[in-house]
Write a protein that binds this ligand. Structure first.
Ligand SMILES: *[C@@H]1O[C@H](CO)[C@@H](O)[C@H](O)[C@H]1NC(C)=O
Ligand SMILES: *[C@@H]1O[C@H](CO)[C@@H](O)[C@H](O)[C@H]1NC(C)=O
Ligand SMILES: *[C@@H]1O[C@H](CO)[C@@H](O)[C@H](O)[C@H]1NC(C)=O
Ligand SMILES: *[C@@H]1O[C@H](CO)[C@@H](O)[C@H](O)[C@H]1NC(C)=O
Ligand SMILES: *[C@@H]1O[C@H](CO)[C@@H](O)[C@H](O)[C@H]1NC(C)=O
Ligand SMILES: *[C@@H]1O[C@H](CO)[C@@H](O)[C@H](O)[C@H]1NC(C)=O
Ligand SMILES: *[C@@H]1O[C@H](CO)[C@@H](O)[C@H](O)[C@H]1NC(C)=O
Length: 264
């Protein structure tokens, strides 16, 4: 096969394979340290009903004592809804937390306990995106004193791309209920590179090297960890000025070859 034919075939293959190299990127919003990308913090209401816990912060009134080492970034927020006076003065008010995020996938992680009382291991959570109720997590206690860590109480993988506000509320059913909020993760698509040179094609997509997602490493302590998925190549999303450049260089190669043909 002539070199020029091979070049044309290669270009044809490139046009079919190439596109935008993009990956889903996870960002973790810690209950205490917030979003490492945007600096956004989780807000809690009523403030006095929530207890921030972590290294150096002990909650005198809290009866839930989960293992600090099992919490993402060693921190969590504890809040009890109650219709009878307890360790806080917000008897009867719905507890809530909310935080903005920019993404299309969301995972919300809490620690759970199942004791009947002290702590009241009853889960009664409702979830909202941009003010609309999108889900609930209800789990009655069964007497078990064991804690379950980093449990995904809410997962949504079909959120329209863009900026949103997530909220969690506890207490709508009217029974005493506990929230031990640890962190949430959101994913957004990130373009690794636009195809404007041949470079991205010479490097084949890499599989995840060792992205430790919080769920997989309960004792993760690194603030703002994020992991990249295997980059995927989207066919058909050909952008930029690559096409004309490729054809120009192909044309040049053919012209050069024909000259060589005539002069040799
Ligand atoms: C509850 O209210 C009492 C009296 O107003 C106050 O002394 C106490 O510090 C409050 N407790 C909490 C947890 O806010
Ligand atoms: C209590 O419920 C949790 C969650 O469903 C379960 O994992 C655990 O095994 C149960 N424990 C007992 C003692 O029933
Ligand atoms: C995910 O979020 C979208 C947009 O807020 C909502 O319409 C949809 O019902 C949610 N899906 C789940 C499974 O929560
Ligand atoms: C959300 O993130 C995308 C990139 O993933 C960016 O293009 C967009 O401007 C962001 N939107 C806001 C409101 O920050
Ligand atoms: C609330 O508590 C009452 C009495 O303890 C119980 O009968 C009822 O099933 C509970 N409701 C929910 C939604 O947990
Ligand atoms: C990624 O690239 C595609 C195609 O060029 C474009 O439509 C999309 O908006 C880009 N996304 C981001 C987050 O920059
Ligand atoms: C993002 O984190 C969630 C929850 O830990 C995990 O299930 C998912 O696979 C992660 N996605 C990527 C792209 O790393």
């Amino acid at each position: 096969m002539k070199t020029s034919t091979r070049v044309l075939l290669a270009i044809y293959a490139l046009c079919n394979l190439s596109g935008t190299l993009s990956a889903l990127v996870n960002t973790t919003i810690d209950d205490t340290y917030g979003d490492p990308l945007t600096g956004a913090q989780v807000s809690y209401a009523p403030e006095s009903a929530w207890n921030a816990e972590g290294p150096g912060t002990t909650c005198a009134g809290c009866t839930a004592h989960p293992a600090q080492a099992s919490m993402y970034d060693l921190t969590w927020h504890d809040g009890t809804f109650s219709v009878t006076p307890g360790s806080d003065n917000d008897t009867g008010s719905i507890l809530s937390l909310s935080v903005p995020f920019n993404g299309s996938v969301l995972y919300v992680f809490c620690a759970l306990t199942f004791t009947y009382d002290h702590p009241a291991g009853n889960s009664d959570m409702q979830f909202f995106i941009d003010g609309a109720r999108v889900g609930a997590f209800e789990l009655a206690p069964n007497g078990s004193t064991a804690y379950t860590y980093q449990y995904p109480v809410y997962v949504n993988e079909s959120i329209p791309v863009g900026q949103h506000v997530f909220s969690l509320e506890s207490g709508h059913a009217g029974n005493k209920s506990l929230v031990i909020f640890d962190y949430l993760v959101y994913s957004h698509e990130e373009n690794l590179s636009e195809v404007s040179t041949l470079a991205p094609l010479s490097t084949s997509p890499q599989s995840p090297t060792s992205p430790t997602s919080p769920a997989e490493s309960p004792a993760a302590t690194s603030a703002g960890s994020w992991s990249a998925a295997a980059p995927k190549i989207k066919a058909g999303a050909f952008t930029g000025g690559a096409l004309p450049i490729l054809f120009l260089s192909a044309g040049w190669t053919i012209w050069e070859e024909s000259r060589m043909y005539w002069y040799t």
